[in-house]
Design a protein around this ligand. Structure first.
Ligand SMILES: Cc1ncc(COP(=O)(O)O)c(C=O)c1O
Length: 349
């Protein structure tokens, strides 16, 4: 099977041009990114911008130390990459190839399937049970014969979090590596350090793109037993993170209180937005993340299309996707969410 391609949404500039809008009127409810400005960054970047003639240090020790300090693990357990997307690629390169098998649930983040198939591995997809019940039995069984088991906790796009006892049982049953994609971990209050110390077949992937609000810098990292980290490092390109990105990531990881305060603000806003969507008759699914998933019915594509003409970019799903009737909304700043609620109110009433 050839690997499907990851389909990027149109850029903000493209959407603005298409609908005759100002770029500042376009709001991204589709990427699960942060609404908070990075106005603290230019002062840090300015001195570095005069030294861009040299390569960054290929080890990225500053990211390793900062991530290790943030999570309370040894820096030998950390491997940096250009976002979780690159970490997913490193795992596939290190542990998958022709004749090997990878497993993930459906629906989940599509890069697991793409990276597995790019490596010509067999890809097993285990569907969620009705009513968003995690398929613990079937998934655990598939993990028993898989070289890589991909698990997104909390899961994108469903927003739910598989309970700890099921996570543990999957790791214990798995024949090979288990990857926990912890892109949304901070929103759920998850801390995986102890798990990595307990299980030597576990890789946990973290990102600066979501709770830390730095999607543009493209930095992520994995934590795992040092032996596995060494294996990932052996397939890691030496310079995929720019020196500016490495610096910004290290600084942000060193100030987790700033991120925690923002999570609290977003949690409040998520409750407010959730109540407003419920009043519109589209009650969101329970969510442990910074996004809300709503069943809006068969008109989902039309609703998303109408919103887009106003610069409100929401996530909708293709016709063959199990969530075709759903829309996913990132929780953003209050005035941005108000624009979305107002537009939805006009369309749905
Ligand atoms: C579950 C999940 N993993 C990984 C990513 C990509 O993360 P990064 O920006 O670190 O590559 C996303 C982005 O939406 C995601 O939802």
């Amino acid at each position: 099977m050839t690997a499907p391609r990851y389909r990027w949404q149109p850029t903000t500039a493209e959407i603005a041009e298409r609908y005759g809008l100002d770029e500042s009127d376009v709001i991204r409810f589709d990427h699960n990114t942060s609404p908070f400005s990075t106005d603290w960054a230019p002062a840090l970047i300015a001195p570095m911008a005069r030294r861009l003639n040299e390569y960054p240090g290929a080890l990225y020790s500053e990211i390793r130390e900062a991530a290790a300090g943030y999570l309370g693990v040894d820096s030998e357990m950390v491997v940096p990459g250009a976002g979780i997307d690159e970490i997913i690629g490193l795992v596939a390169n290190a542990f998958l190839g022709r004749g090997q098998r990878a497993t993930a649930v459906t629906p989940t983040y599509p890069m697991y399937q793409i990276a597995s198939l790019q490596r010509q591995a067999e890809f097993v997809s285990v569907s969620y049970e009705p009513d968003f019940v995690f398929p613990a039995g079937a998934f655990g069984e598939a993990a028993q014969t898989s070289d890589v088991t991909w698990l997104c906790v909390p899961n994108n796009p469903t927003g739910d979090r598989v309970p700890d006892d099921i996570v543990a049982s999957i790791i214990e049953q798995a024949r090979g590596i288990v990857v926990i994609d912890a892109a949304y971990a901070e929103f759920a209050g998850d801390v995986w350090a102890r798990w990595v110390e307990r299980y030597d077949n576990l890789i946990v992937a973290h990102t600066m793109s979501k709770a830390f609000g730095l999607a543009g810098i493209r930095v992520g990292y994995s934590i795992s037993a040092p032996k596995i980290a060494d294996r990932l490092d052996s397939v890691r390109p030496p310079g995929s993170i720019s020196s500016i990105s490495a610096e910004l990531a290290s600084v942000a990881l060193g100030e987790p209180q700033r991120m925690q305060r923002r999570i609290m603000r977003l949690a409040k806003e998520k409750s407010r937005m959730s109540a407003a969507l419920t009043q519109l008759g589209i009650q969101p699914r329970p969510s442990e993340t910074n996004f809300l998933l709503c069943d809006v019915g068969p008109q989902s594509g039309d609703i998303a299309g109408q919103l887009l003409t106003k610069g409100l970019v929401v996530r909708h799903f293709p016709d063959d996707h199990p969530l075709v009737n759903f829309l996913r909304f990132t929780v953003r700043a209050p005035h941005e969410n108000d624009r979305l609620i107002d537009a939805l109110w006009r369309q749905l009433s």
